[in-house]
Design a protein around this ligand. Structure first.
Ligand SMILES: Cc1cc2nc3c(=O)[nH]c(=O)nc-3n(C[C@H](O)[C@H](O)[C@H](O)COP(=O)(O)OP(=O)(O)OC[C@H]3O[C@@H](n4cnc5c(N)ncnc54)[C@H](O)[C@@H]3O)c2cc1C
Ligand SMILES: NC(=O)c1ccc[n+]([C@@H]2O[C@H](COP(=O)([O-])OP(=O)(O)OC[C@H]3O[C@@H](n4cnc5c(N)ncnc54)[C@H](O)[C@@H]3O)[C@@H](O)[C@H]2O)c1
Length: 470
């Protein structure tokens, strides 16, 4: 029998989390192996963040042109060339994926191992081709995959997931999107803005699990303008001559034919085939190994998780942070190095953008709200739609969280996440400069409400009035 390959840290999966884990382990002095069956590029670059944002970028252009009349600009004969839109999505996507592959090519010789890995013991892996690996510590970074329930599998090509939707040669005429999480919302609205007739279905009544009713109501209103919304319904698909038929029952009922059905009902950690039973780990009710987010270590083992497979916050920046934490801890094993995790925040790139940051609940928490309906800069731009709720802890008015749907929401979300992580109070934020006229000025209204209701002082040396339109 061939001798096992030996290393300090073996990383399973060369996505964002795995690449970060391998880099961190090597930087901390470990000998490493990075194992992946394909090395085709990360989920983010190939079928995730980047192609979805490329489609959204095209949709934004079309949407802006469609609204040009508001500013007295008449645009005649706008035609959306579906094949060209999708060609740009793919060619730019391929460029991003090639850059990821280049970073894999630059790895020192012998680190990348092309194979599928499974456990053969807590410190031992068996590869698809029969080779074996022995490692002092192992990082599992195998990502997640879209869920495609059985009834949709019977639809063949008419059923799409985020893995296949960007391969469409042309825009469909009629599209059903099942699932109103981040993927469903972003893609449903983008296709609608590109002139596709879109219907969005969810078995729940709440879009994107939003926790703020004001944000939810505004999003509902925004979406209803562009697409048909069916919440609280059970859908049943069946194949049709061209495309698929969808029947739905529940809060409303009906049936319709669609060219394609995009199934966006969630993603599942890729743990099947890893033979986790041989790793000796304790699992939660979903089969995910129990782990500590401060070290990404599973129990008291020498096994670590990183990225979507951990099912904590399946987001790109978290995958990369998980990877750095897991790789460093795997190299240092058995000595744990604990990391305080960043403020949790999630942005959904709808128009206006949605964001959820930090916590909403705390003992005695107070809220401050802002409305962008009549906010100066938002109105100037004709993007005056959106609301924001800030949450602060009493008695000092320290910000703990926020929910928003707002023009420029991704930028507001960053400012707020940074302020929350730094433990700033509403007073301290109001002491900082706000330029005029900007969307950021919209925050003042909410911050002042928090100061008044905590109650804490409004900054003495700042004007508490409102400049025109702010
Ligand atoms: C459509 C879409 C849009 C998204 N948009 C955003 C966004 O805008 N912002 C954001 O923050 N996040 C977004 N995400 C989420 C983000 O893409 C993921 O959180 C992130 O890519 C996860 O990275 P990962 O390293 O965990 O997994 P991956 O990049 O999927 O890497 C997992 C790797 O493991 C390998 N692997 C699996 N099993 C084995 C095995 N047994 N042996 C060896 N290798 C194995 C796979 O081949 C793969 O290379 C989006 C996701 C999707 C699908
Ligand atoms: N902008 C971003 O950061 C971004 C963008 C896209 C994806 N992502 C990541 O990808 C993850 C997966 O996204 P997702 O949207 O697929 O999943 P999700 O879990 O966020 O949402 C799935 C939705 O599908 C609904 N659903 C489930 N089964 C259903 C059924 N049988 N019929 C109708 N509805 C059903 C659920 O009620 C839920 O609303 C997200 O959690 C997010 O972390 C992030």
């Amino acid at each position: 029998m061939a001798k096992a390959m030996q290393c300090d840290v073996a990383v399973i999966g060369a996505g964002t989390a795995g690449l970060a884990a391998e880099r961190a382990a090597r930087k901390n002095g470990a000998s490493t192996l990075l194992i992946d069956p394909d090395f085709t590029g990360t989920t983010c670059a190939t079928v995730g963040c980047m192609p979805s944002k490329l489609l959204i970028a095209a949709a934004k252009q079309a949407h802006a042109i469609g609204r040009a009349g508001l500013f007295g600009i008449e645009v005649q004969g706008m035609r959306i060339d579906g094949p060209s839109v999708l060609r740009r999505v793919r060619s730019e996507r391929d460029r991003f994926a090639a850059l990821t592959r280049k970073s894999i090519d630059r790895l020192p010789d012998g680190i990348a191992v092309r194979a599928r890995a499974a456990f053969d013991g807590p410190n031992r892996l068996v590869l698809g081709d029969g080779r074996t690996v022995e490692a002092r510590a192992i990082v599992i970074a195998t990502g997640s995959a879209p869920v495609l329930p059985d009834p949709f599998k019977a639809l063949g090509d008419a059923a799409l997931t985020s893995d296949s939707v960007f391969e469409l040669p042309d825009l469909p005429r009629r599209l059903a999107v099942v699932g109103s999480g981040a993927i469903g919302l972003e893609l449903a609205q983008a296709f609608a803005h590109l002139g596709v007739e879109v219907a969005l279905f969810d078995k729940g009544r709440q879009l994107a699990k939003l926790r703020c009713p004001r944000v939810h109501a505004t999003l509902h209103e925004v979406l209803e303008r562009d697409l048909a919304l069916h919440l609280g319904v059970q859908v049943t698909p069946e194949p049709a001559d061209q495309g698929a038929r969808l029947r739905w029952t529940g809060d409303d009922s009906g049936e319709a034919l669609f060219d394609k059905i995009l199934v966006a009902v969630g993603r599942r950690p890729q743990l099947g085939g890893l033979a986790l039973d041989k790793a000796g780990l304790d699992l939660d009710e979903h089969g995910v190994p129990l782990h500590d987010r401060a070290t990404m270590r599973c129990g008291d083992s020498a096994i670590f998780l990183a990225g979507d497979v951990a099912a904590d916050l399946p987001l790109l920046h978290e995958a990369s942070h998980d990877g750095a934490i897991a790789g460093r801890n795997a190299a240092a094993w058995p000595a744990p190095i604990r990391t305080d995790r960043n403020a949790a925040f999630c942005i959904t790139f709808t128009e206006p953008a949605l964001a959820t940051i930090g916590q909403a609940e705390a003992e005695g928490a107070v809220t401050g709200t802002a409305d962008f309906g009549d906010q100066g800069r938002a109105r100037v731009e004709g993007r005056n739609e959106g609301v924001l709720t800030l949450y602060a802890a009493a008695p000092d008015g320290r910000l703990i969280g926020a929910d928003l749907i707002a023009p420029g929401g991704e930028h507001l979300a960053h400012m707020l996440a940074w302020a929350i992580q730094r433990g700033l109070t509403a007073t301290e934020l109001l002491e900082l400069p706000f330029y005029h006229p900007t969307i950021e000025e919209g925050l003042k209204q909410a911050l002042r409400t928090i100061c008044r209701s905590t109650p804490i002082a409004l900054p003495q040396d700042q004007d508490s009035g409102t400049p025109a339109g702010a």
